[in-house]
Design a protein around this ligand. Structure first.
Ligand code: PEP
Ligand code: MG
Length: 325
């Protein structure tokens, strides 16, 4: 199997009826960048910048951040990299900041909420991203956004750094693209407000599904209890997909579910053409994509979604098998 996946490395992730899907890598270390080339990923769809914060006793200095982001962009060799700004708090506890223990950390002072309340830390990171890009394109996305106002505030801080940096250094990224992660159900109904300011949205299934099903991703007895391949979650994502199209927001997905061929197939059926996943998943997902006639599969998939059997997951599995996937 590994050999079969390796043989696919330089082949496009194109469905049997000719739809191209971008398969990107989830990364967090500059070491991961070798992997991107090894598995033939189309770029990095999620770079988890908080890793650098989590491995250190003290906060990383701006220059250390610039060095890391530069190395990542250099190693990407022109392929796109989506930097996700610090996603701290919750299950990602920062040794350098003495944070209070919370009753429900997943629902607490974390991620973009934490970043917007630690503006010094956040602005230094944004500055580092801008400086590292120099005149190259820069793509940034914000995690755990719940309200459009949080996105707007973060986006404004980013562009302020872009302007300041240009004044100081004379350099400006050739293009700045800003995206938002969809991790809370509330944001799904705010996409009209983000139209025109968010270029893309990336579904973070790990957090989104934990909030959608009200099942803690860190508690083993409930974390595996619910699966994205069920009518409620897929109907929800179908609405997200529709709203993205209506509001001219490019859509993609990251998070563990994209790496499972069956869930990836559902994403592709829902119209997602960019999926970001761990290195080991690229081969299996590419093989699945190359075997499916998407238009034909979609007809049966949407019919099943509107008339699901009690064991919907098996229904979709059987459907996939019928379609030779
Ligand atoms: C997610 O929540 O799906 C995600 C990609 O972010 P993380 O796993 O880093 O919380
Ligand atoms: Mg998340």
């Amino acid at each position: 199997r590994q050999a079969a996946y390796a043989a696919l490395k330089d082949m496009p992730a194109r469905t049997a009826d000719g739809v191209d899907i971008s398969l990107m890598l989830n990364a967090g270390l500059d070491l991961d960048m070798e992997m991107m080339h090894q598995v033939g990923a189309d770029g990095v769809g999620l770079f988890r910048t908080e890793f650098q914060f989590l491995v250190s006793e003290t906060l990383p200095r701006v220059n250390d951040q610039i060095d890391l982001y530069k190395r990542v962009l250099d190693k990407a060799g022109g392929k796109p990299v989506v930097f996700r700004t610090v996603d701290l708090g919750g299950d990602k506890v920062l040794p350098a900041l003495n944070l209070q223990r919370e009753e429900n950390p997943a629902l607490g002072w974390r991620s973009i909420r934490f970043a917007l309340d630690h503006k010094g830390l956040f602005r230094r990171q944004l500055r580092a991203l801008v400086r590292a890009a120099g005149t190259r394109p820069l793509t940034v996305m914000f995690p755990m956004v719940t309200l459009p106002s949080e996105f707007e505030e973060a986006r404004e801080l980013l562009f302020r750094e872009v302007d300041w940096s240009e004044k100081r250094t004379g350099l400006r990224p050739s293009k700045v693209e800003v995206g938002v992660m969809l991790e809370t159900p509330a944001l799904a109904y705010s996409l009209p407000e983000l139209s025109g300011s968010a270029e893309f949205l990336s579904v973070g299934t790990n957090d989104l599904m934990q909030f959608f099903f009200a099942a803690d991703r860190m508690t083993p007895s409930v974390s595996d209890r619910y699966n994205m391949v069920c009518p409620s979650a897929l109907r929800f994502l179908r609405e997200v997909s529709k709203s993205c199209r209506e509001n001219n927001i490019r859509m993609s997905a990251c998070g563990e579910a994209t790496g499972t061929p069956l869930s990836a197939l559902c994403f592709v059926a829902l119209g997602f053409t960019t999926l970001s996943m761990s290195a080991a998943s690229i081969g299996p997902v590419k093989q699945m994509i190359r075997s499916v006639n998407l238009e034909k599969f979609q007809k049966d998939f949407f019919a099943a979604l509107d008339a699901p059997q009690p064991d919907f997951r098996n229904q979709v599995l059987a459907l996939a098998a019928d379609h030779g996937v």
